[in-house]
Write a protein that binds this ligand. Structure first.
Ligand code: TRP
Ligand code: SF4
Length: 331
């Protein structure tokens, strides 16, 4: 039986860090055997916030796809493509924008939040309001059955479902399946300052950081805030360093650390050293594959070009259907 399809995208605003790895990529990887996967670089979406300084977008596109491959996303199982290479997304976005009621967009919680959060940039644009309509176009173009994303994107998937239903209803068609939200379990891993890991906070550990960069960042990590002195007992359950141990250290060591933290036998400095070691060990194979790819970026470009053609073929056929459904067909 043909696999069902999932579609997900990432905005290219820099290299991949542990937040991306544990917040998305490992989940994508877990899905790649069971689903027909379409993963893409949402460069037009990045433009909605980076329009004044768009250089980073073009620069990071292939670097990110190389990161995806390095963490184990398999180009044999996944179609990787670049949104802006498939011009049909722009056409579908335009058509869907005709049928999307403005209040659906204005009440979008992600929209309101981002307007506030990114207040240093002027996001009061037409394109930014339409962000979820473009996202709906990305998803519906490939008739996705599922959309694997984090909690923050759930409203966008809900909107996509509403737009799909509205289109099907208005034009009495079955063009678009209504896609399911596939919620990514949230990761406990935070940035080195205990805030959500993000490039803009400067608190991220990148997949391509060197072992000594990782060590240095780990040494700056905020631990159990209640543990002020070396002799104070700590509480691993509130400690970000411990969450990393839980993922990257072996279970024996993790339980030893928990008890020696509680009894103040181990200090945070030593604990971090051990964690950095485990983390570096975990990242080594990714770094290794990433280095090989860096030496052969033409391969990454080739893989992407193949993905673009596969995506384009589907996009063309969907757009034929869409144009027929709305009865705007060029002969
Ligand atoms: N908005 C998503 C994010 O910021 C990226 C995205 C764009 C996306 N188009 C998509 C995700 C389609 C899933 C499906 O993370
Ligand atoms: Fe966290 Fe380790 Fe310090 Fe305990 S010893 S508070 S687990 S860094």
């Amino acid at each position: 039986m043909a696999k069902k399809r999932i579609v997900s995208g990432m905005r290219p605003t820099g290299r991949m860090h542990l937040g991306h790895l544990h917040g998305a990529l490992l989940n994508w990887k877990a899905l790649q055997d069971e689903w027909d996967c379409f993963f893409f670089i949402a460069d037009w979406h990045a433009l909605t916030s980076e329009y004044a300084n768009p250089e980073i977008i073009g620069q990071s596109t292939y670097e990110i796809i190389a990161d995806w491959i390095a963490v184990g996303l398999d180009p044999e199982k996944c179609t990787f493509f670049i949104q802006s290479e498939i011009k049909e997304h722009a056409e579908l976005h335009l058509i869907l924008s005709m049928i999307t009621p403005l209040p659906w967009l204005e009440r979008n919680p992600t929209y309101k939040e981002q307007l506030k959060e990114l207040s240093q940039r002027d996001l009061y644009t037409y394109g930014f309001l339409g962000y979820p309509v473009l996202q709906a176009a990305d998803i519906l173009m490939y008739k996705a059955n599922g959309v694997p994303v984090g909690e923050d994107q759930a409203p966008h998937v809900e909107l996509t479902r509403e737009i799909a239903r509205r289109f099907n209803h208005l034009y009495q068609t079955k063009t678009f399946p209504v896609p399911q939200l596939i919620l990514t379990p949230t990761s406990k891993l935070l940035g080195i300052d205990r805030r959500k890991m993000s490039k803009s906070y400067g608190n991220a550990i990148y997949l391509t950081d060197t072992p000594s960069e990782v060590q240095e960042k780990v040494s700056q990590m905020i631990t159990d805030p209640q543990r002020k002195r070396r002799n104070d007992p700590g509480d691993p359950e509130v400690c970000n360093v411990y969450f990393y141990h839980e993922i990257y250290s072996d279970p024996q060591e993790v339980s030893e650390i928990a008890s020696s933290c509680r009894s103040a036998e181990i200090g945070c400095v030593e604990c971090k050293k051990k964690m950095a070691e485990s983390l570096n060990k975990g990242l080594d194979p990714i770094r290794e594959r990433r280095r090989e790819l860096a030496a052969h970026m033409e391969k990454v470009r080739e893989i992407t070009a193949e993905g673009n053609s596969r995506a384009r073929e589907i996009a063309r056929s969907t757009m034929d259907e869409v144009r027929r459904a709305i009865k705007i067909v060029a002969d």
